[in-house]
Ligand binder design. Structure first.
Ligand SMILES: [Zn+2]
Length: 462
């Protein structure tokens, strides 16, 4: 309940959803908008921008009714049919402008044939399918899935429960998946040394692509059938590890532009190479550390990212920082369809630079510090202590202070199109690289000194 004092109240719908850096203009799906005051009195209203409704304020409670067209099955869009409902909250809930920090209660009324509601929201004790969020930021970060859903057997890490609820997951061994996920979550938690939520939910919305991360949940396109094939299983585990690790890296370890959010427009940042690129880096590392990927597979993931980056003409034109900043206009993987492609993807160059950065830190500290120390320091300093995001310069300073060295050359790989010296940095970790026409190859060097050998053994977990 908020007590707006003016003669009118503005209601807004977000233009985008954090985690998916594109304007989706959710308000265009709103129909049959109607506002009533006490005793059902119709209130006057007008649209004042593409995502805002101005309603006459009677100074008594206002009830607003509206429909949302929900016909696109995608992690960033609401969906409703006779089989299930998926509430992508930024595309469903209006908020009162100026009152985004007010607490909010949501009641879900599933269709009579459905068995379950799943969400990361806190349930209200004693009330069925009623949930509460501390504010609208939390609400917009908490998708809701309802329908005839399957629950896998939950697991705990450091005493905290992790749930997995799925729509149409297909035939597969759910216990074995949960065993793997437990190992991955454990590895993720060990990087930072903290579990900042009291429960976590994986929401599997059915077969299809895409995932979106949240503070204590993630939405993933998922099919259990794929898990019986080794390659597909590893890809799926990497993908889930990625969405999971985001609860640290981007939701809590975050660039200053990414929260508090401005829901009306693009929230541009140079730093998605950290938020997305290093999350790709950690998806590989977590799955490897969990013992669910071989050392050889680990090298292959990096060599294919490097090849993908190097094979794009865009690497001559666009820096990693620019690819992040421009993602709102160019799309998450850069532009497509141009005669000469002048864009790159931070999903490919980001993990490659992460690898070189980790090697540089390990080299300059005698393998006493790693990229994990950077992530842990940023988490403690900016999320826990200062309770804000970090600037470009602050992130660089943490990297340099952990490394105890100047990292100018590495940050040139972020802010310029300078050709990365892969061979130099990989050799720090006892690895070699061979550039081919289309494919690249990473391999363990034959002759290594003590430090190179130590770094490789630790990094590859061999
Ligand atoms: Zn991501």
């Amino acid at each position: 309940m908020c007590r707006a004092r003016g003669a009118t109240v503005d209601l807004k719908m977000p233009a985008w959803m954090p985690g998916y850096y594109q304007l989706l203009d959710y308000a265009k799906n709103v129909q049959n908008f109607r506002a009533v005051g006490a005793a059902g009195k119709e209130l006057g209203w007008e649209k004042i921008s593409s995502n805002a409704w101005r309603v006459e304020n009677p100074k008594t409670p206002i009830t607003v009714n509206y429909d949302v067209v929900a016909t696109k099955a995608f992690v960033a869009q609401p969906w409703l049919d006779s089989t299930r409902g998926y509430v992508a909250p930024a595309g469903v809930f209006l908020y009162v402008s100026g009152y985004i920090h007010e607490p909010v209660t949501v009641e879900v009324k599933p269709w009579s044939g459905w068995n379950k509601v799943a969400t990361g929201l806190e349930p209200v004790a004693g009330r069925k399918n009623v949930y509460r969020a501390r504010d609208f930021d939390i609400l917009f970060d908490s998708p809701i899935l309802t329908g005839n859903l399957d629950d896998l057997k939950p697991f705990t890490v450091r005493g905290v429960p992790h749930y997995f609820t799925a729509y149409k997951p297909g035939q597969f061994d759910g216990d074995s998946l949960m065993n793997d996920l437990k190992k991955i979550v454990q590895q993720g938690v060990d990087v930072i040394g903290d579990v900042p939520y009291t429960h976590y939910t994986f929401l599997a919305i059915g077969p299809g692509r895409g995932g979106i991360e949240h503070l204590n949940s993630s939405t993933i396109g998922f099919s259990g059938e794929a898990l019986s094939k080794a390659g597909e299983r590893q890809r799926t585990l990497c993908f889930i590890a990625h969405e999971y690790f985001h609860h640290f890296n981007v939701k809590r370890i975050r660039p200053i532009a990414l929260g508090p959010f401005d829901y009306d427009r693009e929230n541009r940042t140079n730093m998605l190479w950290v938020s997305e690129g290093l999350t790709v880096y950690y998806e590989y590392m977590l799955v490897r550390r969990a013992g669910l990927m071989s050392g050889q597979d680990l090298l292959q993931h990096f060599q294919s990212d490097i090849a993908a980056y190097e094979n794009k003409t865009g690497h001559l034109y666009q820096s990693l920082a620019q690819s992040s900043y421009e993602t709102w206009s160019e799309g998450p993987f850069g532009r497509t369809g141009d005669t000469v492609n002048k864009t790159i993807s931070y999903y490919q160059k980001g993990p490659a630079v992460g690898l070189l950065l980790d090697m540089a830190i390990r080299h300059s500290t005698g393998n006493r510090k790693t990229l994990d120390d950077v992530m842990r320091t940023v988490y403690r300093t900016y999320y826990r202590e200062k309770q804000r995001g970090f600037t470009d310069l602050e992130f660089r300073k943490v990297c340099e202070s952990v490394a105890g060295a100047d990292l100018s050359e590495l940050f040139d790989y972020v802010y310029t199109v300078k050709e990365p010296d892969y061979a130099k940095y990989l050799a720090y970790g006892g690895l070699g690289i061979e550039a081919g026409e289309k494919t690249w190859k990473l391999y363990p060097l034959q002759e290594v000194d003590e430090l190179q050998g130590k770094i490789r053994k630790d990094w590859m977990r061999e």
